[in-house]
Design a binder for this molecule. Structure first.
Ligand code: UD1
Ligand code: MG
Length: 456
């Protein structure tokens, strides 16, 4: 089998985005466009991927994750010039090279496989991925001869009025014979409306040298949208959202309103989970089966086990067990571990803490840097006082302890197993196992005080 390589073009600033952020880093469903491209390509058995970066190279590089080498394009002189930057890594290799623009986030690995398949079957030196566009404005047009064979690609800005009527467009994705690509790239000139070295010009050059050039037309134009401005970005977001949500629905997840449910492409959700509107699931979140999520809930990079309910709450970078009940209005902050059958209720914030099985923190609490055992009850308004303005300290509440309402636990402190802390206490010392601890001012009753007061 032929070796496969890939070049991803990501050096442009993306002027039409009118943004300080480099174009290929704009997110679609929570992931940078170029990352979508890299993630699809990484499933194709490609032995070398080169991402060409330029504008904000270091920044772009640090926001890309995956198996790619980088080549720098100092000046953005056009897409052909961008590919030339990969020649040090690729030029001497035998094989097939896929070139994909970093601004086409909707391309799927299935389409790329078909493109490579056709390229190899036909024995072409170049195969262009094309599509029929309702509105081809801005795209390069595919110009075919009277036999229907591809002759060349003309950019929108260079096209004649007749050529502008062509609605078959260049998606910016191609397969090339690697050696021929790097042979002929240097023949491309910048004698065109934009004064740029156009990669599509390689097609005409290969034709002139009597090589076979083919085109593979994808049936769904939407897959090939090139995002050049925020209008296209919003379109891409909507298409990707539908694609992701449909996948989950077909896997047995119920969405009350798919149009207002936002799920990252890397999230997984078990069957019979029910998702209410306003739910945003980000990053590599894993949700189990038979959960109820939302409405208005944000979950990021977290693991949620089966049969758990999370309503109107925020959960980040945490692990939530089975049969847990969270919300409404809870905030589970990073590095928390909530065990099975726990209840976290209204207006409760948990930070970097572990909560043991069947424990309850039902109302108005702050639990930070804590370790809470099994079957613990934390009363309404009880908080851990974990910060003295300089350092953070740990609170431990052992199994079966009961912490009454409005208790301050001044860390570092341990509440022993089965201990009972009376409501309103400010606890500054460890509480022994099974002790009752009361740390509050005694009640004073001044008899008939109000009668005397009212006489004056
Ligand atoms: C390009 C194609 C056009 C096609 C369209 C599909 C050319 C000349 N035109 O146009 O035929 O229909 O994509 O979306 O190729 N880039 C670099 N270095 C450069 C210039 C661009 O790395 O010097 C990168 C950009 O970051 C971007 C990609 O190449 O990711 C495409 O560039 P862009 O300016 O978006 O080209 P289009 O005008 O969309
Ligand atoms: Mg583009």
């Amino acid at each position: 089998m032929n070796s496969k390589f890939a070049v991803i073009l990501a050096a442009g600033q993306g002027t039409r985005m009118k943004s300080k952020l480099y174009k290929v880093l704009h997110n679609v469903c929570g992931k940078p466009m170029v990352q979508h491209v890299i993630d699809q390509i990484s499933q194709l058995g490609v032995s070398k991927t080169v991402t060409v970066i330029g504008h904000g190279a270091d920044y772009v590089k640090s926001h890309i994750d995956g198996n790619t080498e980088f080549a720098i394009q100092e000046k953005q002189l056009g897409t052909a010039h961008a590919v030339i930057q990969a020649s040090e890594i690729l030029a001497n290799l035998e094989g097939t090279t896929l070139v994909v623009c970093g601004d086409t986030p909707l391309l799927t690995k299935e389409t790329l496989e078909k493109l490579i398949g056709q390229h190899e079957t036909v024995g072409a030196k170049a195969t262009i991925l094309t599509a029929i566009a309702d509105n081809p404005t801005g795209y390069g047009r595919i110009i075919r001869d009277s036999n229907g064979n591809v002759e060349r690609i003309v950019e929108h800005k260079d096209a004649s009025p007749d050529e502008l009527l062509v609605n078959e467009i260049n998606t910016g994705t191609y397969c090339f014979d690697n050696k021929q690509l790097f042979n002929y790239l240097s023949n491309v000139t910048n004698n065109n409306a934009q004064g740029e070295y156009y990669l599509p010009d390689v097609i005409e050059i290969l034709k002139e040298n009597d090589y076979i050039v083919s085109a593979y037309q994808v049936s769904d134009f939407n897959e090939t949208i090139g995002v050049n401005d925020r209008v296209a970005l919003a379109q891409a977001e909507e298409i990707m959202r539908k694609r992701i949500n449909n996948k989950h629905m077909l896997n047995g997840v119920t969405f009350i309103d798919s149009n207002s449910t936002y799920i990252s492409s890397d999230a997984s959700i078990g069957s019979d989970t029910l998702i209410y509107p306003g739910t945003v699931i980000q990053g590599k979140t894993k949700i189990g089966s038979n959960c109820t999520i939302g409405p208005n809930t944000e979950i990021k990079d977290s693991d949620i086990d089966d049969n758990t309910t999370i309503k109107m709450s925020v959960v980040h970078d945490s692990k939530i067990g089975e049969g847990v009940n969270i919300g409404p209005f809870s905030h589970i902050r990073p590095n928390s571990k909530i065990s099975d059958d726990v209840r976290i209720g209204n207006f409760v914030e948990i930070k970097k803490s572990e909560i043991g099985k069947k424990s309850k923190v039902s109302h108005l609490s702050y639990i930070g840097d804590s370790e809470i055992g099994k079957d613990v009850n934390v009363g309404c308004g009880a908080i851990t006082v974990n910060y003295d303005g300089q350092n953070k300290y740990k609170t431990v509440i052992q199994d079966n302890a009961f912490v009454g309402c409005n208790v301050n636990l001044i860390a570092p402190v341990i509440v022993g197993e089965g201990a009972f802390v009376a409501a309103g206490s400010t606890i500054t010392k460890d509480v022994p196992d099974k002790a009752l601890s009361i740390a509050r001012a005694k009640q004073v009753d001044k008899e008939k005080f109000m009668d005397r007061k009212n006489r004056n």
